[in-house]
Design a binder for this molecule. Sequence first.
Ligand code: MG
Length: 422
Amino acid sequence: MTVPETLVPGVPPWPARDGLRITGVRSITTAPGGIPLVVVRVDTNEPGLYGLGCATFTQRHTAVAAYVDNHLERLVLGRHPADIEDITRSAHYSSYWRHGPVGNNALSGLDMALWDIAGKRAGMPVYELLGGKVRAAAATYVHAAAATIPETLDVARDFMEQGWTHVRLQVGQPGLGTYGAPGSLGGHPKAPNRDGWDVRHYLRTTPDLFAAARAELGDAVELLHDVHSRLTPKEAVILARSLEPYRLFFLEDVLAPEYFDRLPEVREASPVPIAVGELLTSLPEAVRVVRTGGVDLIRCHISAIGGLTPARKLTVLCELLGVKTAWHSPADVSPVGAAANVALDVTTPAFGIQEGHVYPESVHEVFPGTLRITDGWIRPNEAPGWGIEIDEKAAAKYPAGLAGHDEWAITVRAPDGSIQAP
Ligand code: MG
């Protein structure tokens, strides 16, 4: 069959405005902080002009890397890198099956790299391409977690002394801990699974953590909590109501994504703001949650919904519907993804809060230009694009392994032995 020239990958049916072309697309996987990070590098025929994008799905990083290297590059070689919308849309439709986290993270790597190139060509940071700042900096929140309530409050106090005004609190439990906080081995000595996670204990004791926090940390600090998807809709309402006196800034991920159709009823009954979204894996899913009234603060892992281009569209929808943003950004977002979050944060009226992660120096070594948090605030780089480079020699010193999340997730079981959403 003769393929029309306009359907050959790399040749759109319009003339490129100049001779700039994409000459390479490849994945780079590295674990300088101990957690596999995937970034995509897009090279061009202009010497020194390249872009970086975040494609980090840490739990399945080899699948994302294969998607980028085996499928994406051939679609875009020879394209002019300015056609971001067309390149990412055509790559999105080319697989026919779509909307999964592997494909969308791969697309995000390509998408953010093209925005990086666009910024470098214009001599502007990406936030200026998005319309410019509406705020000087983004407030961040940090994670305070420990085995006991007094220890958790000590950690929170340390953060407050460093300038943070928003702190997420998690405290340990008998058996398996609440997400982010340690548990105690053998915590349920008479149960079939002595190290299980006990929802009854969790619901009974979590208000004690926040009562102590308000009593000891005062009223000025904003308090947050992450359930990490471990409740039923009714349990979520019970927890939210029990936390009402402590004026949470948000209560995160009360439901697993399998039950997101019930988010509107949970939010309707909740006296505290509901934050959700890090497990959404496509723009249409995120739009559905926002449109149907299931969320007060949307917190996508923006590479999992396809990158900056779809996240920018979602941000506008949030602005128009009165929903705030709180993008996912712990250790399993690369510094490039974190910079994309901040570019959105400082350019939208819909900004709510930014999850903050203090990267170890090994990450700064691999990714020069990684953003730093100062007194609880984060600011975008002023250099063109993301203002972040990659030192591939340094990256190679930190190879990514497969162990980690899988091994932990399969231990997240109740005292009766049944598997739980981790
Ligand atoms: Mg979370």
